[in-house]
Design a protein around this ligand. Sequence first.
Ligand code: SAH
Ligand code: SF4
Ligand code: F3S
Length: 513
Amino acid sequence: MNEEQRKSTSINILAERDKKEKAKNRDFEHVYQPPSLREARKRGKAEVQYNNDFQINERYRNMGRGRTFMIKTYGCQMNAHDTEVMAGILSALGYEPTSDVNAADVILINTCAIRENAENKVFSEIGNLKHLKRERPEVLLGVCGCMSQEESVVNKILKSFQNVDMIFGTHNIHRLPEILEEAYLSKAMVVEVWSKEGDVIENLPKVREGNIKAWVNIMYGCDKFCTYCIVPFTRGKERSRKPEDIIQEVRELAREGYQEVTLLGQNVNSYGKDIKGLNYGLGDLLADISKIDIPRVRFTTSHPWDFTDRMIEVIAEGGNIVPHIHLPVQSGNNAVLKIMGRKYTRESYLDLVSRIKAQIPDVVLTTDIIVGYPNESEDQFRETLTLYDEVGFEHAYTYIYSQRDGTPAAKMKDNVPQDVKKDRLQRLNRKVAAYSGEAMKPYEGEVVSVLCEGTSKKDDEVLAGYTEKNKLVNFRAPRSAIGKIVDVRIDEAHQFSLNGTYLGEHSRAVVSQ
Ligand code: SAH
Ligand code: SF4
Ligand code: F3S
C-alpha cells in the first residue's frame, strides 16, 4: 500500500466512524440512506425495467392542500426537466406554486455537481435560507439533484446545515410524496439517496415551464466516464426510453400546441444501444420524430464518438430537425483528449465535422471546451485555439477544469497554476466572442423566423426569441406574437444577439434561417 492509498483508506475509515457517530447522535428511526459514489460507479448487467403504472398513493392526495412550493433549479436541462416532474408531483399532492421564497411552505433546491463553483452557489443559497427556518419552523427545505448523490455533500449538510429537512437524489424523485411525509413526521433530517438507478418510470406527472418549448428525455444516465466528469456517478447507467413512449410524448406535445421540443440525454448518440434486440438508434428516432407536426426539434448533447452517418443523413433532410449541432470537443490536443477519456482524436473530430458540413452545408456547430486540464501545456492549449479556427464554431461554453472528488482526474497531479488557467479561459473567450460576432454579421438585412418566447430579460417592452440556429433575436411586437413563429428583419447584429423589426407571423414562403 503506498502513502496515498494508506491516506485515502484512513480517511474512509474516519468518515465511516464519523457517520456512525452522527447516526448515534441523531434521531435515525426515520429514513437515513446516504449515497456512495463508489457504488454509483458500478454498472450492473441487469436489464432496465420499465414501469408504466406509476401512481401517487391516494393517502397523500391532500398533503399539499393550502400549502405552497418553490423549486430553485441549478445545472443542465436534465435538472430543469426533473424540476418539472417534481412540480408535477407536488401539484398532484395539492401544493400551489409560488415564486416568493418567504411564502413557500416547501422549498426544494435542485442542485448541480458539475463544477466546484456550481456547488458553492448551492451551499451559499442553503446558508441564505437559514433565517427562514428560524422565522417559520414549519417550512420544509429539501436538497435534491446531482449534489445529493455525493456523500461528501450529504456529510457537509448533516454537519453544517441543520436547516435542511430532507435530502433525496436523482434516482428517487418519484418518491417525493413518501419523503415529504417522512419529513413532516420526523424531527431528524430525512436522507434518502439511492446510489444506483432504478426503473425507467414512464407516467410521472409533469408541470412544464411554459407552453412553447418542451424538454423530452430520451435517455437517462451516462456510461462514458470521461475522466473529469461526475455525471456518470450522479445519474447512473445509460437507460433509453422506449421509442414508442418518446414518440407518443412528442405527438401529445404537438397536439397541445408546443412549437419546439428538445430531446434530452447526457449522450443522446448512445440512444437505444442499451435496449436488447432493438436495432434502432438516434438517427431512426429523429427520422420518426421528423414526421410529427411540430415545427422545431432539437437534441442535446451529442458525444462526437458515436455520431453516426445515419444521424447526419436525417438532419440533412431538413424538415423540423434544426441544423444546429452542439458537439462538445473539450480539447484540441490528442494527449489531453486521451487522458480525458474522450475516445476520439483531433483528426477524427475534424473528419466528423467535415462530413457534417459536406452534407448539411448550412449547419451551425457549437461546442463545450475545458481549459487548464491537469498538466495541460501552453502548446496543448494552443491546439484548442487552432481547432476552434478550423471548425469555426459559432458559439462555445467554456470552463476551467474543476476537480471532482471520486473521478479519475481528481487523482492526477496538476502543475498548471490557477492564474494560467484563468488567462487561457480569457484568451479562449475572446475567440468565442469574435467568432460569434462574425457569425451574426451576415444576418443584417435578412429576414429570419423566430420562435417568440416572451419579453426580453433586459427590457419588458421588447420581445425575444430564437432562430432555428439558436440565435437570440430582440424585437418590438404585439404581445400576441408570444408563442408563435414570426418573421423578423434583422437591423443590427451584436456579438451574441440580433435586433430586428417585426414583420408579422411567419409565412411559409419565407425561407427560414
Ligand atoms: N454530457 C455532455 C456534458 C454535460 S456537462 C457531454 O458529454 O457533452 C457539460 C459540460 O461541462 C461538459 O461538456 C464539459 O465541458 C463541462 N464539464 C464537465 N465536467 C467538468 C469539470 N470537472 N470541470 C470543468 N468542466 C466540466
Ligand atoms: Fe460527462 Fe463525458 Fe458523460 Fe458528458 S459524456 S456526461 S462529459 S462523462
Ligand atoms: Fe449538473 Fe447533474 Fe446536469 S451535475 S450538469 S445537473 S446532470
